[in-house]
Each structure stands twice: as C-alpha cells, then as structure tokens.
Design a protein around this ligand. Sequence first.
Ligand SMILES: *[C@@H]1O[C@H](CO)[C@@H](O)[C@H](O)[C@H]1NC(C)=O
Ligand SMILES: *[C@@H]1O[C@H](CO)[C@@H](O)[C@H](O)[C@H]1NC(C)=O
Ligand SMILES: *[C@@H]1O[C@H](CO)[C@@H](O)[C@H](O)[C@H]1NC(C)=O
Ligand SMILES: *[C@@H]1O[C@H](CO)[C@@H](O)[C@H](O)[C@H]1NC(C)=O
Length: 467
Amino acid sequence: CLVLLPAASLLQLMDVRQVCCEFLQSQLHPTNCLGIRAFADVHTCTQLLDQSHAYAEQHFTEVVQGEEFLGLSLQQVCSLISSDKLTVSTEEKVFEAMISWIKHDKPARLEYMPKLMEHVRLPLLSRDYLVQIVEEEALIKNNNTCKDFLIEAMKYHLLPADQRHLIKTDRTRPRTPISIPKVMIVVGGQAPKAIRSVECYDFQEDRWYQVADLPSRRCRAGVVSMAGRVYAVGGFNSSLRERTVDVYDGVRDQWSAVASMQERRSTLGAAVLGTHTYIHSYTHTKGLYSFEAYNYKTNEWMYVASMNTRRSSVGVGVVDGKLYAVGGYDGASRQCLSTVEEYDPVADQWCYVADMSTRRSGAGVGVLKGQLYAAGGHDGPLVRKSVEVYDPQTNTWRLVCDMNMCRRNAGICAINGLLYVIGGDDGSCNLSSVEFYNPATDKWSLIPTNMSNGRSYAGVAVIDKPL
Ligand SMILES: *[C@@H]1O[C@H](CO)[C@@H](O)[C@H](O)[C@H]1NC(C)=O
Ligand SMILES: *[C@@H]1O[C@H](CO)[C@@H](O)[C@H](O)[C@H]1NC(C)=O
Ligand SMILES: *[C@@H]1O[C@H](CO)[C@@H](O)[C@H](O)[C@H]1NC(C)=O
Ligand SMILES: *[C@@H]1O[C@H](CO)[C@@H](O)[C@H](O)[C@H]1NC(C)=O
C-alpha cells in the first residue's frame, strides 16, 4: 500500500486510495503510528492523519519507546507533547520522553531543551519527583530558561492547594485524554490440565471472545501487562515448569517469545515496577527462594534480593513504588502463610509488614486506589471467600465484604475503580464465574456472563480494546 497509494492519488483512483487508507488504519500500532501519520500527512489523507494522530496520543507511553519517536523533528515532538489529549498515567512519562528524545542526539538537540520544556507540565509532577529527578537532571541545571520552568513548578507546589489556580499557564492545565475502552485478557490456566486458550472480556458489551491461543500450554504463569503488551512468564505445561516468556500483542492478535528467565518457575508472582517486571517464586531445583527482574527495554533478566520467607503460590502487588508479597505456602515448614513482605527496589531490600488476619495461599492479590487486596486463597483444604485489604499508610489490614464464592488460585485485576476476581477453584470445581468488588458500596457482584471455560491458575491483565 505504501507504494500503491502515491500512484493511486496520481491516477485519481479514489477507491484504491480509500482501501489503502482503511488498510493502514487497521495496521495502526504503537511502533508504526508516527510513520503512518507522516505518510498520511504527505498524501493528504485527512481521515488517516486524524486517526493516526489520535492513536499516537492515546498510546503515547508505548509510542515513545519506539524508534519512530526518537526520529521525530522538533516541531513534531512539540506538536505531540503539547496536546491536551495525551494519554499518560502521570506527567513523568512526558518528561522522560522528552529527555530520551534529546539524549538520542544530544549534540544537535540540546539547544531545543527550553523549547520542549515549555510543553512539559512540570507543575503537575509530584513534589518528590520534581526534587529527586528533575533537579538531578544535568540537562536542566545547565540552562537558565529550563531552571525557570522548574522554579515555576516549585512555586506551584509551595502554594496552598486552593490558591494554585492563580498560576495560570499552559503547564498547570491537566491533560484530558480521551479514554480508550479496555478489555480484560485471561491467559491459559488449568481446566483441569494446562490449556492454551486465551479469552478477552469486553466490559462495555458484556461479552467474552477468544483471541490467539498461547504458543504452548501454560498455567500458573505470572501475567502482567507492560507498555501495551501482555507477558506470560513461566508457569507449568502439565509436565514441566517453564523458563520461557511469551508476549501478546493485542493489535496484531499474536504471541511471540522474549528472553527466558534464568530459572524454571511456576506458581509465581509477577508485577511491574517502573521499567521492570519483578518475578518472584520459590525454585524447587535449587531449594532457593529467589527473585528475578526483567527489563523490557534491554530484554534481560537479573537476580535481585531474596525474600525472608520461602513462598510459593504467593500473590504480589505494587503500591507507591513498593512491591508486596502476600501469604503463600512455605514448603519447608509445610504451612500456608499470613505474613507479608515489602520490597523496596531502590534499596533492593525486603522487610516484613503487618500480617494478614488469616493464612492465605493462592490468594488473588490486586491493587485498587492505593490499597492492596487479598481475596480468597486457602489454608490447607479450607478455601476462603473472605477478603482483606492493606493500607500501606497505616500498615494495617482490615476485612471487607466476603466474595460470593470461595476461590483460590483465581486471577485478579483492577479497572474503572472496581476489582475483578476471575475463576479459580472452590476446592472441588474450576470456576468460570467472575465477580467484582466496588469499594464505594463494599459489595461483590457476579458479572452477567461466565467465561467459556472453568479456569484456575489463569493469568489476567487489562489491555486496550483493539480497534
Ligand atoms: C538556554 O537555551 C537557550 C535556547 O537554546 C539559549 O538561547 C540560552 O542561551 C541558554 N542559556 C544558557 C544559560 O545556557
Ligand atoms: C480443576 O483444576 C484442578 C487443578 O487446579 C484439577 O486438579 C481438577 O481436576 C480440576 N477440577 C475439575 C472439576 O475439572
Ligand atoms: C512440556 O514442555 C516440555 C519441554 O518443552 C515438552 O517436552 C512436553 O511435551 C510439554 N508437555 C506438554 C503436556 O505439553
Ligand atoms: C456462572 O457460574 C456460576 C457457578 O460458578 C453459576 O452459578 C452461574 O449460574 C453461571 N452463570 C451463568 C450465566 O451461566
């Protein structure tokens, strides 16, 4: 099409041109949307231009990881990062994108720094981030114009909250992204043997649909979504523990492999902290309770500090840059655990925090509004329906409403202010039902439509709904 389209315009073959634009639109991906946008611009395909531009704004966090972004002109970067519609979890992403664009060709681009800083909404960064990162960034320290932007941001933070509106610049206006609908993806699991099947739930349409199968059978994997892709890490294929890692691209509906872990690991905990995925599991081969981290930028695994307690079937979650490992099973003492440990990635250290009220192995652990939930799990044959929640600010656990069903080894994810618990088993059956918790009403409700399969030990993540 890229070759055909210029010819089509020339010959006024509007149909061919239309088909090409539609084709390119269907191919939009974080790795190519900027190129398609430039192409649409050159060939005045207005609709495609709008679509690819909106796509780049909506997938900003993933787009800036790619080569295309680093190759943009100054004017193109400014046009992207000045947009009110940019979808970013925090303004940090914009700041970091700008720094990486400059560092890509520092001698030539350094002088553009003040021009770019004009569009980074520094006042919207957290005070800690401003102090730690922005102040240490040599690129800013060395230029007075850049420093002025930093001072503006500091001033903003020094004002009482009700007076901040008095500072009126483009940089204090919060971004207002157009939200992209999300779907929940449920990967593999045991039903009762490990399966390859992957299904997605569309929240708006209350509908389950199958997507591309895993390349091989997998249950008990760690599943996380990072930079727009879904990673299925380790697990069990019904005969062997896995070292391998498969990655799902929702736009292309396909799985591919990335670097394997150092150890075979199953029934593990996985969570994303910054640019790393942290994987924790007890590795039976060495009798160790080791911990690995994956850097998706370098596609490398490395060991990090081990926990104080061996835990298999551990649930993990991240709150405020700290990772929590909740309960699990200690094979040495043959006990399900109520203890909880906190990992600080900066110090590379673990410490105990408050225990749960009860022992839980195979609990669903998820994070909603800065609070860590532990749902269900079991203590020996006793499968639980109780749920408790940890507040890192006060270091305390409190019980909330019970789930409708007893569940262990269920999947869990948070979206739209609700916490979803998916499948699992109740001690005799693998469940196809899904329920969600609303913290505003302290209530669990079943979603109207069950999965096609009863699954326990499936992994769950949230991804953008494909176009
Ligand atoms: C800061 O950068 C601007 C724009 O490149 C330049 O005009 C100015 O001289 C620089 N100031 C300092 C102190 O380096
Ligand atoms: C459910 O899965 C478990 C493994 O989690 C398996 O042992 C069991 O046979 C399955 N039960 C049913 C009823 O399929
Ligand atoms: C599990 O993986 C091993 C090694 O790749 C393979 O030999 C075996 O056939 C697989 N088992 C199943 C049930 O797929
Ligand atoms: C979903 O599964 C639960 C049992 O896990 C069952 O009670 C319920 O009737 C099912 N719902 C539908 C709509 O099939």
